[in-house]
Design a protein around this ligand. Structure first.
Ligand code: WTA
Length: 653
């Protein structure tokens, strides 16, 4: 499955030359949860010497339990159960326990794209969550019933998630940019009973329709019994009597009294679909207690959360970052989490900076692709605003190039904010490799060191640790509380994908190297997953979409390095006999991918090919296509190519 990590050799070389070092800003450590490097080292040493004692101690101190666990970890490789027998509720830990001291504190601060602002205190959020939890129960949703959430980034999305967590109904949040077809596949795979959606949302000054896509999806998803629809934009939508209910009418009938259920530590909290190496996205399963603990403690130590902070993570709740670091992690800590519904350039490219100034945001967490876009838009936009409230910056989703890191540090952070480049995945549930802001000296482009309790390494195929600066596979050697438990409905795929690649370790699918200081430099995927604007897509997924069009015989999709997006999608297609290779057909194919998956998967370029380069065993040689797409000289071995003339034609065409 994995190809050689070497295809990113060029990037590796440029990053190898990065010599700059940034100590934690003066005074930062004195107030931070983890105050200096020695404190980190001690904590880390303790965490790996006796991981169970380390996690048990934190679980006891940081979370509320209805009943204690009997066993910290039950590890039957590759299946883990954490805090076995414990009774807990994540929504209780995010809400109820804060009420005595923080009832009036703002939990969710939200700004819609058109500019309206809402603040929900912990007491108000608690009441809304309870009301919606009761509403779900009235629709027959109980422990174990899956609820799909397909919404714009409005407080109700978080309310729906917390309501599910409160009653033990696993949620599956589907990013609003996915198409009706993609929604349908997820509803069917998860056997969702209820879908929570909205009439639409605001994006780039326009209205995005959501309910019609749900209607389309539900027509072919028999498990769905009800659709709850929030009125957000006010546009006309079809409502099917008996099946469809308006959010506001539904909650008005229910009380705000809904005690949190004492759930099992290992009750499924959510399923989140993500791309892998096959045509079908996989449902990553996370459970309650371990996820709660890990998202809580990483939020606290990495973002150094305190009561005065106004914290903003720009992710959508449709992604793992939105789960762990917009909703659950910050709220479990009693923090104020800021949500913004819309686009960063609406009405102008200064929107983010204007909101940071207006809401006095102190912590800002975004993706490198966004930073590169801001650089392109020009320094004048951030410079128009007072960004003096910021005290900590962070990034996630892709490697950050040192230039973007330095710009972020200088122009946004005013050279006074530490930057946490956080490496992790949907599967890991929380941040795995990261600086701790008061403790770790940073190097631009490196995610630095593992979080306490995380035994990360760079290895070869057999699992031997690589030498310093030698490229290899990024793996995790020991189970951790928020690791995925399985692939929904497919434990064999879980075993094979994550624990069957290199013996006895978790295989992340990323290439990396460690430098002489032990710092990790993540180089990107070594499998057929690409990252477009920080969004993870499978090349096979896009290929399946293309070949589902009647004109297409075969398709191969690769990523091409892109200055802004990280990677852009390039597709090579062969057409069925008798089909003409026209320009309008290319447009049609692009539109077809959007319909099958969503706008985020739209190929930047589609090229016609007479044939695709294959090995004698029939495998498409993506390495060659990647070079062709990038317009670089073909290097490496082409001797396994079945028919050399295919390559010549592709190059000339
Ligand atoms: C990539 C997002 C380099 C990586 C939380 C990983 C990163 C994939 C970083 C997971 C980083 C994430 N540096 N690469 N700091 N963070 N990645 O599941 O390739 O959407 O495997 O989770 O993003 O993407 P996912």
């Amino acid at each position: 499955m994995a190809s050689e990590p070497g295809h990113r050799a060029i990037e590796i070389e440029s990053i190898l030359q990065e010599e700059r070092r940034f100590k934690p800003p003066a005074g930062f450590g004195e107030r931070a949860w983890i105050g200096d490097f020695a404190a980190y080292q001690q904590l880390y040493a303790r965490s790996v010497a006796d991981p169970e004692a380390f996690w048990a101690d934190l679980a006891q101190k940081e979370l509320h339990w209805f009943a204690p666990w009997q066993q910290v970890l039950d590890w039957q490789e590759p299946f883990a159960r954490w805090f076995v027998g414990g009774k807990i509720n994540l929504s209780y830990n995010c809400l109820d326990r804060h009420l005595p001291e923080r009832g009036d504190k703002t939990a969710i601060l939200w700004e819609g794209e058109p500019g309206e602002v809402r603040a929900l205190s912990y007491a108000q959020l608690h009441a809304e969550v309870c009301r919606f939890a009761n509403a779900l129960k009235s629709l027959g949703v109980g422990r174990g019933d899956v609820v799909a959430i397909y919404m714009p980034l409005v407080p109700e999305a978080a309310i729906a998630m917390l309501a599910c967590a409160r009653i033990g109904a696993p949620h599956t949040v589907i990013f609003g940019g996915f198409s009706g077809e993609a929604v349908r596949d997820r509803l069917n795979d998860a056997r969702a009973k209820v879908v929570v959606t909205a009439d639409g949302g605001f994006r780039k000054g326009a209205i995005v329709a959501l309910k019609p896509r749900v209607d389309e999806a539900v027509a072919q998803a028999t498990s769905v019994q009800h659709i709850v629809c929030l009125r957000r934009t006010g546009q006309e939508v079809a409502m099917q009597p008996g099946r469809d209910l308006w959010w506001n009418e539904l909650v008005a009938r229910h009380s705000s009294d809904c005690p949190a259920e004492a759930l099992d530590s290992e009750d499924v909290l959510f399923i989140l679909y993500t791309s892998g190496t096959t045509g079908k996205p996989k449902g990553v399963v996370h459970t309650t207690a371990g996820y709660n603990l890990y998202s809580h403690i990483t939020s606290k130590w990495i973002f150094d959360l305190r009561d005065e902070d106004v914290y903003w993570c720009t992710a959508d709740v449709g992604w793992i970052t939105g789960h762990s670091y917009v909703v659950y992690g910050p709220l479990s800590n009693g923090a104020t989490t800021f949500l913004y519904e819309g686009a960063p350039n609406q009405p102008d490219p200064g929107r983010f900076w204007q909101m940071i100034e207006k809401h006095r945001i102190t912590i800002f967490y975004t993706a490198p692709t966004a930073i590169r876009t801001f650089i392109k838009w020009g320094d004048e936009w951030p410079k128009r605003h007072d960004l003096g409230s910021l005290r900590l910056l962070a990034t996630v989703g892709e490697p950050i190039n040192p230039e973007a890191w330095i710009w972020y540090h200088r122009v946004i952070g005013g050279e006074r904010c530490p930057i946490c480049d956080t490496w992790w995945q949907t599967e890991t549930g929380g941040i795995m490799i990261t600086p701790l802001p008061g403790a770790t000296t940073t190097k631009p482009g490196s995610a630095t060191l593992p979080f306490p309790g995380i035994v990360a390494d760079v290895v070869d195929r057999e699992g031997n640790s690589c030498e310093a600066n030698e490229g290899g596979y990024l793996v995790i050697r020991k189970p951790w509380p928020s690791m995925l438990r399985t692939v929904y409905g497919d434990p064999e795929r879980y075993r094979q994908n994550y624990w069957g690649q290199v013996p006895h370790v978790y295989f992340a699918g990323d290439g990396a190297r460690r430098d002489a200081d032990g710092y990790f430099w993540v180089m990107g995927r070594v499998d057929d997953v690409i990252s477009v604007s920080g969004h993870r897509l499978g090349t096979m997924e896009i290929e399946s979409a293309l070949v589902s069009h009647p004109a297409v015989a075969e398709a191969a999709v690769v990523g091409r390095p892109d200055d802004i997006k990280g990677e852009a999608i390039v597709a090579f297609v062969t057409v069925e006999a008798g089909v003409e290779q026209t320009a309008p057909l290319l447009d049609e194919l692009r539109a077809h991918v959007v319909k099958e998956i969503g706008a985020l998967a739209r190929p930047e370029e589609i090229r016609y090919a007479e044939a695709l380069p294959k090995t004698r065993s029939g495998k498409i040689m993506r390495r060659l296509l990647r070079s062709l797409a990038a317009g670089v000289e073909l290097t490496g071995d082409t001797s396994t190519l079945e028919d050399r003339s295919v390559l010549e034609k592709l190059r000339d065409g």
